[in-house]
Design a protein around this ligand. Sequence first.
Ligand code: KIV
Length: 272
Amino acid sequence: MSTAKKEYKRVTVKTLVDMKARGEKISMLTAYDYTMAKIVDGAGVDVILVGDSASNVMAGYETTLPITLDQMIYHGSSVVRAANRALIVVDLPFGSYQSDPKEALRSAIRIMKESRAHSVKLEGGKEIKESIKRILNAGIPVMGHLGLTPQSIYKFGTYTVRAKEEEEAKRLIADAKMLERIGCYAIVLEKIPATLAKEVAESVNIPIIGIGAGPDVDGQVLVLHDMLGMTHEFHPRFLRRYLNLYDDMTSAIGQYVDDVKTQDFPNQEEKY
Ligand code: KIV
């Protein structure tokens, strides 16, 4: 067997824009740690999002608001060490970019330098335009995020579908066009009507990656722990579970507990 390191062609922001141009769908999943990111990358996912959903699935908070910049950098650097092929995007957490463009740039620079990720993602439209421009001017690729933006959950009050009304839908289309114009390379659209997501995807040349945004966009993203069925108290309509790891892991761990208690483990072959 060859010991040569397998060479992968790294996915870049240009790769994603080219994929949209030729109609090839983009796969994106979250990951927050080395072991899971190695599996996700090895399975061929194009983009790994080190999402601030780490606040929920890794830290157990109810919302994404508590996670800190230092914690996002820790998760980001673990993922970067694992992935050879995927483009790695790290979320700027709540409180690290909203107060002014200089703070936004400082936070983005810390993520790029300390985690060595390839890009950052920020939630919002025209209200954070100047911050995004400043980050882009520093040469840092930015992915936008419109629709349901969980960092604003206390403003919305619920996690229901966004932009069902015409006024909000128009604002969202205008924000998407603005994000493209100033130089974002992709946009996540979360939990909006499929017809609106299709209209947005057709109105811009940069990839639109949907989560709960229907099939007529340029790619899809899910939270890894949800699609693997590790979380089981969350069942939005858009979530397809590919495994039921909550039950499988509970049963495996239960079996281990029994084996220890009954002294079945370790057996003769499992000792030195
Ligand atoms: O943090 C996250 O996981 C996200 C996805 C839901 C898009 O932003």
